[in-house]
Design a protein. Sequence first.
Length: 258
Amino acid sequence: MILVKNLTSKESVGRIVLTASVGLTIACSAFLYDSYSMLEESNRQLDKARIQIKAQQTNYKELEAKFLNVESESQKLSQKQEELQSTISNLEAEKSNLETENGNLKGEVEQLKKMKADAKAKAERERIQQEQKQKKQPKPQQTQQSQEQKPQSSNVVSAGYENWQKVTVEATGYSNVADELGGGDITAKGTGVRWGIIAVDPRVIPLGSKVYIPAFGQTFVAEDTGGAIKGNRIDIFFDHGDKARSWGRRSIEIYVQK
């Protein structure tokens, strides 16, 4: 009885142990299943994270490329801006120089106008003075010994000019010495200026013509011209401006060789 009772007790313990082992096995299996499921979920999450990271890396590279492109364009724009600013500075400098030159030219023009006006006024004053002198001294005065004025012959025929063309002209004087009456040293025919030549309008008195002037009692040669010598007007060369002014402006008769 005791033996049977002991066996029954052992069987009970075996059942308990077996039951516990089966329960433990089931529990472990459930734990392992849960762990495996969690591992798979973790792997899925990890793969998903990897995909997201890869996508983010791709986006980052694209953004980095865009950033580098924008930075390059920005540098180009900065360079163009510097070039444009340099061009603007150069244009402003040129504008300033042109304004300065324009101001200088205006000043020179005004100065030339003033000088011209002063010279014109001076010439007009001297002309009036000469006319007043001529009114007071109607008879021509001798200007120099070498070109003494000879008495005007009342008989041109006796002087041998009866076949020459008689012309009434307005006669003035000019010189190449000492003032505004001064001219050049070379005549229109290329000869040197000297006593005995006159300036004429070639349309009235051809260059090279011989011209007898009774007021001086001698023959002159038409070798020069002048801007103001137009029509029936001649300009007699004197060796000094004072002598030309003393002669002034006179209406005289001359004889031109035909």
